[in-house]
Write a new protein. Structure first.
Length: 272
């Protein structure tokens, strides 16, 4: 994958890691623009290549009454407005083949959720749009098995593909990242570490996923030390009241200090 080919990507020659970040789900226009404005300001200051992330729909929910979205077209139009307002690329999840062409009209990167990354028709549909495809590694998959998911994209005449590590199930209610998988998957495509989802605690009796956000800094630093190409972090100005995944999101006010530390750590890591 050539990072510089992502439309409107900035700082691609800075030798920094790139960042996929934003709220878990698009809850409304004001919140999306507020979060994007803050992250754009910080990433421009630190010269971090940045892609705004927001799900236009949340199809994978534990409970039937969980928030799934504000309407597909409405949320996608907000993603487009973020891109046009701040001149940054955007990324969103898709869940079925028909989502691919629809979302491709609004965003620059299509993300395949971890639970769906073995769905061949979905992956191929995303690849055939010509957009960059982000394949989230299944919680049940080995690093080596992600080679085949990447091949589904490249065999569809699309070389713009990346892999995101988001942890492996550890028991019933925890996730663990095996950092040995980072160099393995880098043989197939650039690798991103999904810091916040790797700290989820799924399958809670309440039907609401838990998390350990106090460890976001630790996980992100470990990823940089392990040589990841990019980081994925969901963030919100009010995680406690976010409508999706608030338990593992980073408070937006903490982002600049963390990214500053990670940029410094990156300089050390690549010098060794």
């Amino acid at each position: 994958m050539n990072l510089a080919q992502i439309p409107q990507i900035k700082h691609s020659n800075s030798n920094n890691f790139f960042l996929l970040s934003g709220p878990c789900a698009i809850e409304g226009e004001e919140m999306a623009l507020r979060i994007a404005e803050h992250i754009v300001k910080v990433t421009d200051k630190l010269k971090i290549p940045y892609v705004f992330k927001g799900s236009f729909k949340k199809a994978n929910r534990s409970r039937v009454d969980s928030f799934t979205g504000i309407g597909d077209e409405k949320a996608l139009k907000i993603l487009r407005k973020v891109s046009e307002t701040f001149q940054v690329p955007t990324i969103t999840d898709i869940h079925k083949e028909s989502d691919a062409a629809m979302a491709a009209e609004y965003v620059d990167v299509l993300q395949i959720p971890a639970f769906l990354v073995r769905q061949t028709d979905l992956v191929v549909a995303a690849a055939e749009t010509g957009k960059v495809v982000n394949l989230k590694k299944g919680q049940f998959m080995s690093p080596e098995s992600m080679k085949h998911a990447v091949t589904k994209v490249t065999d569809s005449n699309n070389q713009q593909v990346m892999i995101t590590e988001r942890g492996t199930m550890f028991g019933y209610q925890d996730m663990v990242v095996d950092f040995r998988g980072i160099p393995t998957m880098k043989q197939y495509a650039p690798v991103v570490l999904d810091v916040t989802h790797s700290l989820q605690q799924p399958n809670q009796a309440s039907g609401v996923t838990g998390g350990r956000p106090a460890l976001i800094g630790t996980m992100a630093k470990a990823g940089i030390a392990a040589g990841v190409d990019g980081l994925f972090m969901e963030t919100h100005f009010d995680p406690a009241n976010a409508k999706s995944d608030g338990a593992n999101m980073l408070d937006l006010n903490l982002l600049e200090k963390l990214l500053t530390d990670l940029v410094a750590l990156r300089r050390v890591a690549i010098s060794l």
